[in-house]
Design a protein around this ligand. Structure first.
Ligand SMILES: Nc1ncnc2c1ncn2[C@@H]1O[C@H](COP(=O)(O)OP(=O)(O)O)[C@@H](O)[C@H]1O
Ligand SMILES: [Mg+2]
Length: 332
């Protein structure tokens, strides 16, 4: 099991043990703070220089003065994300859609503060996280309980689903948490993510068949729920799954957002129409520009009002909008 998948982000999660009730006996992953995000003029660029030796000092300078850089007009920086502003409400599920290379992962990583050590990227603008319960805003995500599900499943093939989660619980939860509490928490998470039928199935690998692809993905999400995040980021969690398993995974995530008050943000490649409908908010990217960043309910009327009505019958709005948003630029 990779340390990245299991413990990330280690410091923050260890400092924030799972909620305990007053006598400290019962832990539950159901109680979290509601967090919304506000993004203002976020712009990301990549330094063009090819030589690592010249890139690092330039980057150091940029990171220190990141709010002062004009990324768009700087000749030495290629703009990866053009200035964008949007809000993500609490207890909602948001997708970032767009073609390959449109900037989905870059945007997700920026929202998740997965910064750019030794990379050539630089950023300006502002991302703030608002906690509803205590009515305070933070610019540092480390002050908010959060987790990130990477695109690959990195799991130990010789452990069962239950053992994998217990192992993660022992690593992530505070020492004072009893074995019984961990077991109860793990069983809650197993139920929530629909892993009950494969609770005692080995993860397996290519030599020994174990969990299916969909179950492995859900287990990867479950691992990140151990730390009870308020905000959960996922990079293309449905890629590689068949459409039914992709739907089941998104349905589980929607339930987490709605029932447990989590803010879920994911990048997704070509969602099926029934998956697309599960999202509360949609961010559509085209070549680094934000074409739409608002609620799903206003999406179709917005595109209709600017002259791109989605065909009514049998049309997948996601496919239609992906083609539409790239259309005008393709002729350049
Ligand atoms: N560190 C980097 N240096 C230079 N270019 C980058 C870097 N990271 C991303 N890019 C460029 O930004 C664009 C968007 O990348 P990415 O966010 O990975 O797209 P997506 O996830 O939508 O496929 C691509 O053209 C990619 O080449
Ligand atoms: Mg990507």
């Amino acid at each position: 099991m990779s340390s990245q998948s299991m413990t990330e982000p280690a410091t923050e999660q260890r400092n924030n043990s799972i909620s305990q009730n007053e006598n400290g006996k019962h832990i539950s992953f159901t109680k979290t703070k509601s967090v919304s995000l506000k993004v203002k003029n976020l712009t990301i660029g990549a330094v063009k220089s090819q030589k690592q030796t010249t890139r690092i000092p330039i980057l150091g300078k940029f990171i220190q003065k990141k709010d002062g850089i004009d990324i768009e007009s700087n000749d030495r920086i290629k703009t990866v994300l053009y200035p964008m502003s949007f809000n993500i409400p609490a207890n909602s599920m948001t997708c970032i859609v767009g073609g390959s290379g449109s900037g989905k992962t870059t945007l997700l990583n920026s929202l998740a503060h997965r910064h750019f050590a030794k990379s050539s990227l630089c950023q300006s603008g502002e991302i703030s996280y608002h906690v509803a319960d205590d009515d305070s805003s933070y610019h540092n995500l480390q002050q908010i309980r959060h987790a990130y599900v990477i695109q690959q499943d990195i799991l130990i093939p010789t452990l069962t689903c239950f053992e994998t989660l217990m192992f993660a619980a022992e690593l992530k939860l505070t020492k004072s948490t009893t074995h019984e509490s961990m077991r109860r928490l793990v069983d809650e998470i197993i139920l929530e993510l629909g892993l009950k039928d494969c609770r005692d199935t080995l993860v397996g690998d290519k030599h020994n068949k174990g969990l299916s692809g969909g179950e492995k993905r859900r287990l990867s999400v479950a691992l990140q729920l151990i730390s009870n995040p308020s905000v959960l980021f996922l990079d293309e969690p449905t890629t590689g799954l068949d459409s039914y398993n992709a739907y089941l995974l998104c349905l589980s995530l929607q339930k987490l957002a709605k029932n447990l008050g989590k803010t879920i943000i994911m990048s997704i490649h070509q969602p099926r129409a029934d998956i697309f409908k599960l999202f509360d908010n949609v961010l559509i990217l085209s070549k680094g520009r934000l074409c739409y960043g608002d609620s799903y309910s206003k999406l179709l009327s917005h595109f209709e009002s600017i002259g791109y009505p989605v065909p009514e019958l049998n049309a997948n709005p996601a496919d239609f909008l992906m083609e539409t948003k790239d259309g005008p630029d393709e002729s350049n």
